[in-house]
Design a protein around this ligand. Structure first.
Ligand code: ASP
Ligand code: MG
Length: 421
């Protein structure tokens, strides 16, 4: 059994959806669970729908949603002929579900509505691709993942209930594999005990695939992307970015931790626990070997570079020149937990704490305000955080040349520098 994950970019045109078919046809007779993300930028579009709805701009929300509908309906027209009507009805079921909500008034918290609306992206994409493939000689069974992946009600960042999910996989997915080779389902979404939709955090489909790989004891998981494999830097930022053929789970966890947009950080653990190799391969060129991520340690890696923009530096100084002791630090961590924000870099000094975070404006304001009860707070925005793993002095100098560095941290393996842009 294999688990495949196709991201939004791999299904954002008719040709690319046809290409998914070509890839699946490379594995005749194999049992494959296929996870598909929302098409193209649909998740972003649905976020806009949610914002409008929550602001009470119902007409705007419906108009924005109409665009999402239109994109899917017009795509479907190119993909299906014989079964177009049935396929259209599948999409319409989800349209109705969302529109019904959009006529309402928001009485619950934002994150709840976000999940009820945003989940529609993957439901639509998978229904569309599944119906197309069934018509195009790749028989498959579509599954609503909300019947399988059980979560708590921490909307937008829901936590998996592993025992219930495992039971559902055994009760529902395994028997389906006795009748079908290919099962198509959604990434990123799940549901609570009360059948409310939840999401697992942006880019969460990789993680969904890993949950299935773990519970199905899959022989491998493959993430199909638009790049040759994992690179040592973002090729959009570095023209000389290099492709890496093999990495250890450990290295990838570190890379994800520092913000490399390779793989969702939660993806690795479920695979590592069962030593399931993770392949990152290019959907544009499926003949290429891609990157394999496994238990095997890999030596002599090139410097791995991650740049996180839109960083903010908070300087928290004690109000009376006293030392910033444990009590302050623990208060600060209490705030991080409460506001649900995680520092990217921290440095303790005698009378001040420096802390670098993603600039999520609302949360930063909340944090700065709450921290001002016991600190003098200074905020500096518009910064960029450079991380180099397996760094050399030369690489560090090259990437920081001419920049003002506000904070540096170094370990044996990793150097980080917070810089003015
Ligand atoms: N569609 C979701 C997102 O764009 C999940 C994913 O693609 O992994 O974040
Ligand atoms: Mg994606």
């Amino acid at each position: 059994m294999k688990v495949f994950k196709f991201g939004g970019a791999s299904i954002n045109s008719v040709e690319r959806i046809q290409n998914v078919r070509r890839i699946l046809q490379m594995y005749p007779g194999e049992k494959i669970l296929v996870i598909i993300s929302a098409m193209g930028k649909t998740t972003n579009a649905l976020e806009k729908v949610t914002e409008a709805f929550f602001d009470g701009r119902n007409a705007d929300a419906l108009a924005l949603f109409a665009q999402v509908k239109e994109q899917h309906l017009s795509m479907l027209k190119y993909l299906t002929t014989l079964h177009w009507k049935t396929a259209e009805d599948h999409l319409k079921d989800f349209f109705t579900e969302a529109e019904w909500l959009l006529h309402d008034k928001a009485v619950r918290e934002y994150d709840y509505y976000y999940d009820q609306l945003v989940c529609c992206g993957e439901l639509l994409s998978t229904a569309m691709v599944s119906d197309y493939l069934n018509e195009a000689d790749v028989p498959n069974q579509w599954v609503d993942v909300r019947d399988i992946i059980r979560t708590d009600d921490n909307f937008r960042d829901a936590i998996i209930n592993w025992p219930v999910t495992a039971e559902k996989v055994n009760q529902i997915i395994l028997p389906l594999f006795q009748q079908h080779d290919i099962i198509i389902t959604q990434g990123f979404i799940g549901a609570t005990d009360e059948n409310e939709s939840t999401t697992l955090g942006r880019e969460g489909s990789d993680f969904s695939a890993a949950i299935f790989a773990n519970l199905l004891n899959a022989e491998s998981q493959t993430i199909w992307k638009d790049v040759e494999g994992v690179m040592n830097a973002d090729p959009k930022q570095f023209a000389d970015a290099q492709y890496i053929s093999a990495l250890s789970y450990h290295e990838v966890i570190e890379m994800a931790y520092y913000g490399a947009q390779v793989i969702h950080p939660k993806t690795i653990k479920p695979l590592q626990n069962k030593s399931i190799p993770l392949h990152v391969r290019c959907f544009l060129n499926p003949e290429l070997p891609g990157t394999v991520i496994s238990n095997t340690p890999v030596h002599h890696l090139p410097p791995i570079i991650v740049i996180k923009d839109n960083q903010v530096l908070l300087e928290l100084s004690s109000k009376d020149f006293s030392f910033v002791g444990d009590a302050f630090v623990s208060k600060l961590y209490g705030l991080f937990g409460k506001i649900k924000i995680r520092p990217n870099l921290m440095q303790n000094g005698a009378i001040s704490l420096l802390c670098c975070l993603d600039d999520r404006t609302e949360k930063i304001e909340q944090l700065a305000f709450a921290a001002s009860d016991f600190f003098d707070v200074q905020v500096k925005r518009g910064l960029s955080l450079l991380t180099i793993r397996h760094y050399s002095r030369e690489k560090f100098d090259e990437l920081t040349a001419g920049k003002t560095i506000l904070l540096t941290q170094r370990t044996q393996e990793t150097v980080q520098a917070l810089m003015e842009v």
